[in-house]
Design a protein around this ligand. Structure first.
Ligand code: DX5
Ligand code: ZN
Length: 219
């Protein structure tokens, strides 16, 4: 089953609790939380306190995407805040293997994310250690950007690598995903689809979620 993970980046932050409850009752599978520091990416969002507050109001798995420099400084805080998946960027970790194992040893699923210009082969020596790989299909920093089509080839290549090595690694894709291209992304091999603006700009989250499920059916 392909999982749907709305990114709250495009939610109405004045009504964040309501937005999250509405997404949950629409039947989504998890919530994607984008953490930006104004250094690794040119935008600033939320920190562990907000993640902790969200943890208290939803039973959905929390998928935390760290787009920050030197993530080791904050791994402990985000784990304490109650995330279920914690993803760091390959480009921001000097000792990636250590960071990944630190996350896993804390009982949280560990992910590695790669930017659009980072090749799949750079995952060669870390893929067997992670629970998920997050392929960025936009340059991280903002919601509402267009899907970069080269990401489809990267997803297929990653799927091949995972199958060939017999690994159980979730393939997650983030950026520019909407109803119209979701099936192509899933058919390429994605198992978790992050959806920010296309989800929270929809008129009715429940209708969108069930239409997406219909479209992705058979996966
Ligand atoms: C981008 C973030 C994404 C973003 C996706 O830097 O990592 O999670 O919220 O938003 P859309 O779906 O609007 O591209
Ligand atoms: Zn994200």
């Amino acid at each position: 089953m392909v999982r749907i993970a709305p990114s709250i980046l495009s939610a109405d932050f004045m009504r964040l609790g309501e937005e999250i409850r509405a997404a949950e009752s629409a039947g989504v599978d998890m919530l994607h939380l984008d953490i930006m520091d104004g250094h690794f990416v040119p935008n600033i969002t939320i920190g562990p306190f907000v993640v902790e507050a969200i943890r208290k109001i939803t039973g959905l798995p929390l998928d935390v995407h760290l787009m920050i420099e030197d993530p080791d400084r904050y791994i402990k805080d985000f784990i304490a805040a109650g995330c279920d998946f914690l993803t760091v960027h390959l480009e921001s970790c000097v000792h990636l293997h250590r960071s990944v194992h630190w996350i896993k040893d804390s009982g949280v699923k560990a992910g590695v994310s790669i930017n659009p210009a980072t090749p799949i082969w750079s995952l060669d020596n870390i893929i067997s250690d992670v629970d998920n790989v997050l392929i960025m299909s936009v340059n991280p920093g903002f919601g509402g950007q267009s899907f970069i089509p080269q990401a489809l080839g990267k997803i297929r290549m990653l799927k091949g690598m995972v199958m060939e090595r017999g690994l159980s690694v979730y393939i997650e894709v983030d950026g520019g995903i909407k109803y119209e291209n979701a099936k192509d992304v899933a058919d390429a091999g994605a198992e978790i689809l992050v959806m920010g603006s296309a989800f929270f700009n929809a008129q009715d989250y429940r209708i969108l979620t069930s239409k997406l499920r219909e479209r992705l059916n058979g996966k």
